[in-house]
Design a protein around this ligand. Sequence first.
Ligand code: BG6
Length: 472
Amino acid sequence: MTINQKQTVRSDALALFGVTGDLAYKMIIPALYALVKRGALTIPVVGVALEKWDLAQLHARVKDSLQQHSGRIDDKKSFHKLLSLLRYVSGDYANPETFTAIKKALGGARRPTHYLAIPPFLFEKVIQGLGAAGLAKDARVVVEKPFGRDLASARELNRVAHSVFPEGAIFRIDHYLGKEAIMNILYFRFANSFLEPIWNRNYISSVQITLAEDFGVKTRGAFYETVGCLRDVIQNHLFQIVALLALEPPTRQDPDAIQTEKVKIFRAIRPLASADLVRGQYTGYQNEPGVAKNSDVETFCALRLFIDSWRWEGVPWYLRSGKKLARSVNEVMVELKPPPQKLFDDSPSVSGQTNYLRFQLAPHSSIGLAARVKQKGKKFIGDQKELFVLEEEPGEQSPYERLLGDAISGDHTLFTREDASEAAWTIVDPVLSKHPRPFLYRRGSWGPKEANALIAKDGGWYNPAVGSIKGG
Ligand code: BG6
């Protein structure tokens, strides 16, 4: 069996908790429409939320969501098909009658998928409500991030989830794992043989991962106040990228074998100490709606990781993410060591321009491999050139479309297992509450200057450009 051929049973209904919320509006409804368009969604979809809406109001919301977030409604037949699949249940999650109404709306469904697109503080309540109403039997539950807010709460959430669902029925979603460019990291590493001999501490000097966003918290200030950058994108999205870049070849081609290798990486990463971390906050963050006037929450985080393994001993991994930075870009830069002999005047050990492998993950996907080539003329001096081995292809599925489709068909490959989630929390746990106040940084910059000290001995931060050119 390959990782693409997991044998599973499809769900026969979808209950979408939080259907009136922001995530459903921006991501999930467009994903449902895309699934209907390719014939991959034919089951009833029961939207659940507190709002006292009727079906007509839900239909209007769906139409609006598609107009705003799918570009336009380009397939009327699929749009009407999606509307025909929808039902709506209004209710408070603390009230058992809500679950009775959901059961009724699910009709004869025997294997529903319950998607919890709701604020994290409601996860446990809804999971328990599903269990008490008999809605968990042969069902699946998809849990949005953040899965817990530290190691202890993640463990508790896992305990509650396991008291109702077996691990095989729990789908912890991290939408980064559904991105084409991120799935390609795993493929690129193990579908090629040229990389493996150099993919270790002997040839790699450091790895940098930047997830920069040029926008702020927008309307999500109140949510962001409960997370901050480290919990919002580093403990999950960036750590998943680290794991895919660092893991050993899985022994088998199945999802569990890959998860097992990821867990080994998370367990080999040294838990963070304050000296490994620089927190920042953009100027004016405290005036954003929903944000406390004296907020200590970081909108920027830079950190240095070490993976204590045979392959990675001594290689620093630098991770950085922030809001209101210079541009929106997500890129991995793997720096190679210079050749041992300084044969030419412009040898990398002199010029500082070593070979590298660069994965741009967003806004474009590309892989660039930098090598030096000689300039014409008598002198042995050259330039750094990039070989492009991949550029994005049009028509990619959105992560939510892919992951929702996978959950409905029971494919766990792109979801996070219990032990992986807990091991990732273990790394950040020591610095979640004990840390100095964040440094202020200018909007439109690359974060606080204090973050430079963290990486000074490895040549400084590399600021990615957008598209097929290297940043600086
Ligand atoms: C989300 C975070 O999980 O990921 C957001 O909550 C962040 O704060 C987003 O902006 C980034 O995801 P993407 O796919 O837009 O890069």
